[in-house]
Design a binder for this molecule. Structure first.
Ligand code: HEM
Length: 418
C-alpha cells in the first residue's frame, strides 16, 4: 500500500464518521453555543482526532446529469482558471486531459487524495469541493471539432462600457474550482494544473471568495464588496422553468447534441470603483440598485423576497424604484423573460498605486443560451444602468460546459469521442 493510499483511506474513515458529528455540530451552532477546542487541538482534550465538522464533511457528487458547481450553494473560496492547449496538442491530447481531470476531480470531491499527493488538504474533508469544466470557442478549431461548435459560443457582442483585457479573457478550456476551505481549493487547483502536463498551459487565473459557511446566525443571501445583498432574485431550482432557463435540454440536436444537460457560463471580471461608490450616501446607493442595503428588500417595501413593485410611484409622482435602478433594468419582465443563474465570487487582488483596492466581482452566470440570458440583459444595462459609473468590465469569457459525466465516463467524452 502506498502512502497516498493510506492517506486516502484515513480521510475516507474520517468522512465515514463525520455525518453524525456534523449534524450535532449544526444543532450546537443553532443554539448559539461556541464549540471550544482544547489546547492539544482535539475537540475533547483527549488528544484523539475529532470528527470533521459539517463544513469539512460535506461532499458534492461528481457524477450526475449536470456538472457540479452550477446549482451547488456558493462556496467560500473559488478559483477560475483558463487553459490553452499547448502547440501541437489536438483532440487526442484533449481527450486524455479531460479523462485525467475527471478522475482527479472525482477522487478529490469524494475526499480522496491524488497519487503523489502534496498533503495540502490532508486532515480536511472534501468541504463541498466542486470542479467544473468548460470549452471555449477556440477549443473547437484546435481539436478539429469546428463542425460541432454550437452557435451559442459565437462571440459576445462588444458593449460600450467594456474595458476588456484579451490576455485575461476567453481560453480553450475553463475550470471552476469551488470549496468551503481555501486549502482544499488550492490543493485541487494544483492537482489539476499538474494533470495538464504538457497538454495545456494556464492562460489566466482569478481567485475569489464568498462569505464562509456558518458566519451568519442563519443561512442568508451573500453580500458583495459594495455591501449589497446579492443573489436574491436568482432563478431557484424549484421554479418550474428553472431547467429550461439554465440547462440545455436532453434531446438537443445538431451541433449541440453533445451539450444535453450542459449550460453556458459567461464569466466577467467586474472591477468595482469602490472609492466612488463609498462616496455616495446610503440613500443614493439604494436608489442605484432599487433595494435597501440593510436587508435587500425592494425600495417599495416589505422583505428581501417581496417582489419589486415597478409601477409604484412616490408622493412626487416618480417611480419609487428609479427607472435606471439595476434591479429594475435587469429583471426578466423588462427583458422578454431573459434570465440567468448568477453564481459569483468576490475578488481582491491588492491595493493599487492609487490607493484603491483592485477588487470587485468575478461575475459567473449560467444559462441554456447566452442570447436568452446574459446578452440581452447586459445590452440593456450597458445603455442605462445606474450602477455603470461604479463598475468596469475588465475581462470576459464564454464557455460551453457540458452535462455531467455518467459513471465510467469523463466530462466532455460525448464531444471528444462522439
Ligand atoms: C459588479 C457588478 C454587479 C453588481 C454589484 C450587481 C448587484 C446586484 C444586486 C445587488 C442585485 C439585487 C439583488 C438580487 O436580485 O440579486 C442584482 C440583481 C440582478 N443583477 Fe446584478 N450586479 C452586477 C452585475 C450584473 C450583470 C453584469 C448582470 C447581467 C448582465 C446582472 C444581472 C442581474 C440580474 C438578472 C438581477 C436580478 C434582477 C431581478 O430579477 O430582480 N448584474 N445585481
Amino acid at each position: 500500500m502506498t502512502d497516498s493510499d493510506t492517506h486516502d483511506i484515513s480521510r475516507r474513515r474520517l468522512l465515514g464518521t463525520a455525518g453524525a458529528a456534523g449534524a450535532a455540530g449544526l444543532v450546537t451552532g443553532a443554539a448559539g453555543i461556541t464549540a471550544a477546542v482544547s489546547e492539544d487541538g482535539s475537540a475533547n482534550g483527549s488528544g484523539a482526532p475529532g470528527a470533521l465538522t459539517s463544513v469539512g464533511a460535506t461532499a458534492v457528487a461528481f457524477h450526475g446529469r449536470h456538472q457540479s458547481g452550477i446549482t451547488t450553494p456558493l462556496q467560500s473560496r473559488g478559483h477560475l482558471v483558463a487553459f490553452d492547449l499547448a502547440p501541437g496538442a489536438g483532440r487526442k491530447e484533449a481527450a486524455a486531459l479531460l479523462r485525467r481531470w475527471s478522475a482527479t476531480a472525482r477522487t478529490l470531491m469524494a475526499g480522496g487524495a491524488p497519487a503523489e499527493d502534496t498533503d495540502v488538504a490532508r486532515d480536511a474533508g472534501p468541504s463541498s469541493l466542486t470542479v467544473t469544466f468548460g470549452f471555449g470557442r477556440t477549443f473547437f478549431d484546435r481539436t478539429g471539432l469546428a463542425a460541432r461548435r454550437p452557435s451559442q459560443l459565437d462571440p459576445l457582442p462588444a458593449f460600450s462600457s467594456d474595458a476588456l483585457d484579451p490576455k485575461r479573457s476567453e481560453g480553450d478550456l475553463w475550470v471552476q474550482v469551488g470549496a468551503d476551505d481555501s486549502l482544499v481549493a488550492f490543493h485541487a487547483l494544483r492537482a489539476l494544473q499538474k494533470d495538464a502536463g504538457g497538454a495545456a498551459r494556464v492562460r489566466w487565473q482569478m481567485n475569489g471568495f464568498n462569505r464562509s459557511a456558518g458566519a451568519t446566525a442563519r443561512p442568508m443571501t451573500s453580500r458583495n464588496l459594495m455591501g449589497q445583498v446579492d443573489g436574491t432574485n436568482n432563478p431557484r431550482p424549484s421554479d418550474p422553468d428553472f431547467d429550461r432557463r439554465v440547462f440545455v435540454p436532453e434531446g438537443a440536436s445538431g451541433p449541440q447534441a453533445w451539450m444535453a444537460g450542459g449550460s453556458y457560463a459567461v464569466v466577467r471580471r467586474i472591477r468595482m470603483l469602490l472609492d466612488d461608490w463609498e462616496g455616495l450616501s446610503r440613500e443614493k446607493q439604494e436608489r442605484v440598485i432599487g433595494r435597501r442595503k440593510s436587508d435587500g428588500a425592494p425600495l417599495t417595501g416589505d422583505t428581501e423576497t417581496t417582489p419589486l413593485k415597478l409601477d409604484e410611484r412616490g408622493p412626487d409622482g416618480k417611480p419609487v424604484i428609479p427607472v435606471n435602478a439595476h434591479a429594475r433594468i435587469s429583471a426578466p419582465e423588462q427583458n422578454a423573460g431573459a434570465a440567468m443563474l448568477r453564481r459569483p465570487f468576490s475578488f481582491h487582488d491588492g491595493i493599487g498605486a492609487d490607493g484603491v483596492p483592485d477588487a470587485g466581482l468575478l461575475f459567473v452566470c449560467w444559462q441554456a443560451d447566452p442570447l436568452r440570458g446574459f446578452v440581452p440583459v447586459q445590452r440593456k444595462l450597458d445603455r442605462g444602468d445606474a450602477l455603470s459609473p461604479f463598475i468596469r468590465h475588465e475581462a470576459s469569457g464564454l464557455f460551453a460546459v457540458p452535462g455531467g459525466a455518467a459513471e465510467g465516463e469523463y466530462v466532455g467524452q460525448r464531444l471528444l469521442e462522439g
